[in-house]
Design a protein around this ligand. Structure first.
Ligand SMILES: NC(=O)C1=CN([C@@H]2O[C@H](COP(=O)(O)OP(=O)(O)OC[C@H]3O[C@@H](n4cnc5c(N)ncnc54)[C@H](O)[C@@H]3O)[C@@H](O)[C@H]2O)[C@@H](O)CC1
Ligand SMILES: Nc1ncnc2c1ncn2[C@@H]1O[C@H](COP(=O)(O)OP(=O)(O)O)[C@@H](O)[C@H]1O
Ligand SMILES: [K+]
Length: 494
């Protein structure tokens, strides 16, 4: 939580004091609650630090709004210090002992036990109360982070509150971005409590939520004069005769995502299998590395996807290294990643900042075994991986992290577990390839691809198979355009 502490220090150095921040934080918690739920008996569980301080402020603010509120304190009120002590005085009444809290009798529980300062797993009374709150019917609202959750690692080593709403401040922390922490947070509200402008320039942020306003020019809108060659030429490498489906999924996704021409480069022995199953996507046969390069050159490809169904081993390694000697930007997925297990230096020395790697957790561990083992979170792992590989890394999963080699990170939460089905990764590789083929910056291309892939998954819904994600893409594009038009109209009215 270092960045948050430094943000705090920055605010204080710029004339905003801690008490002002705490008041804003507590008020925001009360307001978020009042906006969502009708008046009901509230029990506020306050810890010994500033998280508890926020709790006292929230309690006083709800009381002010006419809510019935009782406050329970972990530890001794006489030991409270600083802003937390001031907040306790502001609440004014004596706090009741924590063991009397009885969440089963509450309508709403505010968890203000621990936030950024959690130093060890919950124990004793705090752990018991956590279990009792989780099994009670009361709504649970967490201040900053559900107590028990390590904000930096996004993990709990013991009991953890399961919140319906988490109100946090300034910027999302790893616990709000990454699983499994995010799953404990319920709805997440991030409130600006008055850290002055400019702190972000001084303090490296943890990472951004991947939202469409970060890549406003994507997907590229074809101009009126365009023709198919003007919209990017994408090549997709196919595997052998019994492993062609993955490449076709990637190719079809690339076409849907707006690449004007998509060609499957197929080993000659798989040419017929591919040709029989493709209509809009073209197919071209090759033999050996030289043949593959001739194919890439002949197509004048502007991007290529290598890996889905390609097979693991020397053959794939040679094709990847050969492709890296040519100009098309590459998306390396699946077997193109696994083939370099134990030989990553060779790969990394050839990669360029405009290339994209799209590993799932298993592939990530093969390429970056030390990072997968290290006690760091997924954001730090992906950021270090991108720096090391020298290109964009898309570390997939329920919390896909997109990292650029210059240290920027975006986390995508716009997705659905329905995407956990065979072939959806191939689809993502194809969409990414299409955006790269159109000349888009690799970090934005990957970010937009991941978001649209998640959006299409959400639209296709439960029961989806990979092909449905491809079919849903036009609806995702249309909805994104509508949303942008509405946003533009709203801001014009302001
Ligand atoms: N930095 C900011 O921007 C702001 C932070 N605020 C609040 O301040 C919080 C951080 O406050 P603190 O740094 O005081 O930390 P906490 O309030 O999270 O807890 C720190 C205290 O709990 C003890 N502790 C830690 N783990 C424990 C465990 N498992 N069992 C028993 N005791 C344990 C510590 O020794 C310390 O006394 C944030 O989460 C947020 O709620 C707000 O007041 C507003 C501004
Ligand atoms: N639980 C989940 N929630 C959201 N998205 C998921 C989840 N599980 C997988 N995905 C997404 O589905 C895709 C799966 O890719 P991958 O594992 O490479 O599958 P395949 O190799 O079968 O195509 C990735 O984009 C990943 O982020
Ligand atoms: K908390």
């Amino acid at each position: 939580m270092d960045a948050i502490r430094r943000a705090d220090a920055f605010a204080i150095a710029n004339g905003v004091d801690g008490w002002t921040l705490m008041q804003a934080a507590g008020q925001a918690v009360a307001q978020s609650i009042a906006q969502r739920w009708s008046k009901r008996p509230v029990r506020v569980l306050c810890g010994p630090g500033n998280n508890g301080g926020d709790g006292f402020v929230a309690a006083a603010a709800l009381r002010e709004k006419g809510w019935p509120v009782r406050v329970f304190l972990l530890g001794d009120a006489a030991k409270l210090t600083g802003d937390a002590a001031r907040a306790y005085a502001h609440w004014g009444d004596p706090a009741e002992p924590l063991e009397n809290a009885r969440p089963d009798e509450a309508g709403l529980v505010i968890d203000a036990l621990f936030g950024a300062g959690l130093a060890r797993p919950l124990e004793g009374q705090a752990a018991e109360l956590c279990t009792a709150t989780n099994s009670a019917r009361a709504v649970c609202v967490a201040v900053d982070v559900p107590s028990g959750l390590d904000g930096d690692r996004a993990q709990a080593d013991g009991a953890v509150f399961r919140a319906d709403l988490t109100v946090t401040f300034h910027r999302p922390k790893p616990a709000h971005l990454l699983e499994p922490g995010r799953g404990q947070c319920g709805e997440i509200v991030c409130v600006d409590i008055g850290i002055p402008d400019g702190w972000r320039a001084e303090i490296e942020p943890v990472g951004d939520y991947n939202t469409p306003d970060l890549w406003p020019d994507l997907p590229t809108r074809p101009d009126r004069q365009t023709h198919k060659h003007g919209r990017g030429r994408l090549a997709v490498l196919s595997g052998g005769p019994s492993a062609t489906g993955a490449a076709r999924l990637a190719a079809q996704a690339g076409l849907r995502a707006g690449s004007g021409l998509v060609t499957v480069l197929s080993p000659k022995n798989a040419l017929l299998v591919n040709a029989q199953s493709l209509s809009e996507v073209m197919v071209r046969g090759f033999d050996g590395v030289e043949g593959f390069l001739a194919g890439l050159d002949g197509l004048r490809a502007t991007a290529a996807v290598l890996g889905p169904g390609a097979g693991v081993g020397e053959g794939t390694r040679e094709l990847v290294i050969a492709a890296l000697s040519r100009s098309p930007a590459l998306v390396l997925d699946a077997d193109a990643l696994t083939s370099f297990e134990g030989e990553t230096d060779h790969l990394f020395s050839h990669l360029r900042p405009g290339d994209v790697l799209t590993p799932h957790a298993g592939e990530f561990a093969r390429l970056f075994p030390d990072l997968a083992e290290a006690p760091i979170n997924k954001i730090e792992a992906a950021r270090t991986a991108a720096e090391r590989a020298g290109c964009v890394v898309v570390f997939k999963g329920p919390d896909t992290v997109i990292a650029a080699p210059d240290g920027r990170v975006r986390v995508n939460t716009h997705a659905t577990p329905a995407l956990a089905t065979a072939g959806t990764g191939d689809v993502l590789a194809g969409i990414t390839g299409a955006f790269l083929a159109q000349g888009t910056d690799a970090f934005d291309a990957a970010s937009a691809a991941v978001w649209l892939h998640g959006d299409a998954g959400l639209r296709a819904g439960e029961g989806l198979i990979a092909g449905d994600v491809i079919a849903a893409l036009p609806n995702s594009f249309a909805a994104l355009r509508r949303r942008r038009r509405t946003d533009a109209a709203r801001s014009a009215l302001k």
